[in-house]
Design a protein around this ligand. Structure first.
Ligand code: SF4
Ligand code: FES
Length: 627
């Protein structure tokens, strides 16, 4: 491969690559404002200019300097080129550009949302002068409301035009323009046209300074308090790669994570604001059970006991010996168990739930929840087949859930082949089904009138995240966890298997559906109340561990009589926590079990799951300064 040398470091390049692209790939820092991998090159900001030498074939390939500094974002590499971004000429240019950009830029970092992730701040420290020689009055420019998600603070703009190029080249909507000249130049929208397209908030990520800001995040958190967890879009079939940014167990924003095979550098506004239901006041945070016909809050142990008793009543005690309770009458014995697995759940959870249902009732009815659709697939710019794609399917894992349930169903001679939602509703209407376990996890109401009607006379267990008509009807409600509170794998519309980790602890007593399935499974296997107690404690300990990991005190656990750890030494508690973690739902173990139990159908879970990768950022190499 041909090579160039950047600041003494030899780097390989592919023909056609620009110097800045090779530098970025090799972690050689070159300051850059207007350049972005996903946009056309305009070379307008001039901060990336560098001194370049190249071999002259007419002079025996001796190295000769190009007389002027060249924009590294717009200069293609050639064999033997030598680039200096730290030579006196290059450094003088960097300082001049920084001084020029700061002439009219307000020094309002303390109140700017971008502070802490601002290229102007970073480069000012790294490449700037340290003092301003500008004594005149700065030009003041207005703040503008550009559209439903974005504000423009015009006087912070450095006119890199990334935002304008995005609306022309990526969204294809071209709402933004540059108007005026010189120090009166401003970004603006055309009269009467708002920045209102499905990708609009990407301009905020592109803006290297605090000129474009997200309305939703404005003044809600200083960015240096945020932790970012690489994750996968949990709301659409696209499987967009994202960062979930959070602090003290609370989500603040979602940002795109680059994956050229999926979402490139962008996400839709729909994915960006898809997390609002996580902290909704409508979240289910404790188990509920019916007592004398009224729903009351419950602990996990009693709720689990109700579920197990009801199932054993209807399936003739296939998996255990527990006594049938009044809730599951003897007249319902011999009926089947039906399980509806939501396409909002992970592959591992689908597997655990399916296995749990088969453990109780080998002939159980398996179905998949409704697949929400909105319009048709779209590409951006419109009509460009290789552009950014937005899927009409609004759930993350219908393909994965179907794949897993099909494998489980096939194992039992097709006795429990996977039903679609409509087939499932029709099936449970029959008198053969006694207990129905339904999983939801949709961001809004999902049950239908037909489903609610079909549930008449059945014992209903709802494992869901938001209260709804269905959870009001259910005999037992178990609070599930949203995708940001758990780990797992989604299979996206491109059939890629992408794993993700939990970003925040579960809200309240909610618990990942996989853990609930595992707890019920352990009850199905042994049926002793000790197991119920152990399963419940697993949940309590697990949330304690999560709390400890996320910095909350253990005191709440030690003083909680329900946790069963009153009076224990902290050391003992920590030991118990570790032990309890071993019992908890581990997605890596579940994937291994899936692949080994069903090598033909689910072997891909051992080989083809891509794990979340953090991006290797170009470190600025800041020095520690002794004061
Ligand atoms: S608003 Fe931001 S992205 Fe747009 S031109 Fe100005 S600095 Fe660049
Ligand atoms: S990044 Fe090269 S000129 Fe702006």
């Amino acid at each position: 491969m041909p090579k160039i040398t950047i600041n003494g470091k030899e780097c390989e390049f592919k023909p056609g690559q620009m110097i800045i692209q090779v530098a970025n790939e090799n972690a050689e820092a070159i300051p850059q404002y207007c350049y972005h991998d996903g946009l056309s090159i305009v070379a307008s900001c001039r901060i990336c200019l560098a001194e370049v030498w190249q071999p002259n074939p007419r002079n025996n390939n001796a190295l000769e300097a190009i007389p002027k500094l060249v924009p590294t974002c717009q200069t293609a590499c050639s064999e033997g080129m030598v680039v200096y971004t730290d030579s006196p000429k290059s450094v003088a240019n960097q300082k001049s550009v920084m001084e020029y950009l700061l002439i009219n830029h307000p020094l309002d970092c303390p109140v700017c949302d971008q502070a802490g992730e601002c290229s102007l701040q970073d480069y000012s420290y790294e490449y700037g002068r340290g003092v301003s020689r500008f004594e005149e009055t700065k030009v003041k420019q207005p703040k503008k409301d550009l559209g439903p998600h974005v504000y423009l603070y015009s006087d912070r703009c450095i006119m890199c035009t990334r935002c304008v190029r995005f609306t022309r080249e990526v969204s294809g909507t071209a709402e933004l323009l540059v108007q005026g000249r010189g120090n009166q130049e401003q970004i603006d929208v055309f009269p009467g046209i708002a920045l209102d397209n499905e990708l609009s908030a990407n301009v905020v990520d592109l803006c290297p300074v605090g000129a474009l800001l997200e309305k939703d995040f404005l003044f809600s958190q200083r960015v240096w308090f945020l932790k970012r967890t690489p994750s996968i879009d949990g709301i659409t079939a696209s499987g967009d790669n994202i960062y979930v940014e959070h602090n003290q167990g609370e989500l603040y924003r979602i940002k795109p994570r680059t994956n050229l095979a999926v979402n490139k550098w962008w996400i839709t506004d729909e994915v960006r604001y898809s997390w609002k239901h996580v902290h909704s006041s409508n979240r289910l945070t404790t188990p509920l059970r019916k007592q004398f016909g009224t729903q009351v809050t419950s602990d996990w142990q009693r709720a689990y006991a109700d579920v197990v008793d009801a199932i054993r009543g209807v399936s003739g005690g296939a998996a255990g010996t527990a006594t049938v309770t009044a809730k599951a009458t003897t007249s319902s014995r011999g009926k089947s168990l039906a399980l509806l697995v939501s396409p909002m759940l992970t592959c591992e959870e689908a597997f655990a739930l399916g296995r749990m249902a088969q453990q109780f009732d080998p002939a159980c009815v398996l179905g998949m929840g409704p697949i929400p659709m909105q319009g048709t697939d779209k590409t951006f710019p419109a009509g460009k087949p290789d552009g950014f794609r937005m899927y009409a399917e609004k759930c993350p894992n219908s393909r994965g859930v179907r794949r897993v349930l099909a494998a489980l169903g096939a194992k039992h001679g097709g006795a429990n082949a996977v039903l679609t939602f409509d087939q499932f509703v029709a099936k449970i209407r029959s008198n053969d089904v006694g207990v129905v376990i339904l999983t939801g996890n949709y961001p809004s109401e999902w049950s239908t009138d037909a489903l609610l009607k079909a549930l008449d006379g059945k014992f209903v267990v709802a494992i869901d995240t938001l209260s709804s008509r269905l959870t009001e009807r259910a005999d037992v409600v178990l609070p599930g966890a949203t995708w940001v509170e758990k780990a797992g794998t989604f299979q996206n519309a491109r059939d890629m298997l992408q794993a993700f980790e939990a970003a925040i602890p579960c809200v309240g007593q909610s618990c990942p559906e996989g853990q609930i399935a595992q707890d019920l499974m352990s009850l199905a296997r042994s049926g002793t109340t000790n197991d119920a107690e152990r399963a419940r404690r697993t949940v309590v300990y697990k949330s304690a561990v999560q709390g400890a990991l996320h910095g909350s005190s253990l005191a709440g656990v030690t003083n909680d009589p329900d946790s069963g750890v009153v009076g224990k030494e902290v050391g003992q508690i920590q030991h118990d926590l570790v032990q309890s973690l071993r019992m908890s739902f581990n997605v890596a173990d579940v994937r291994a079990e899936m692949a080994s139990t069903y090598p033909m159908e689910l072997g891909v879970f051992a080989t083809d799951v891509s794990m979340p990768k953090d991006e290797a950022g170009v470190e600025m190499g800041m020095e520690v300064v002794e004061i």
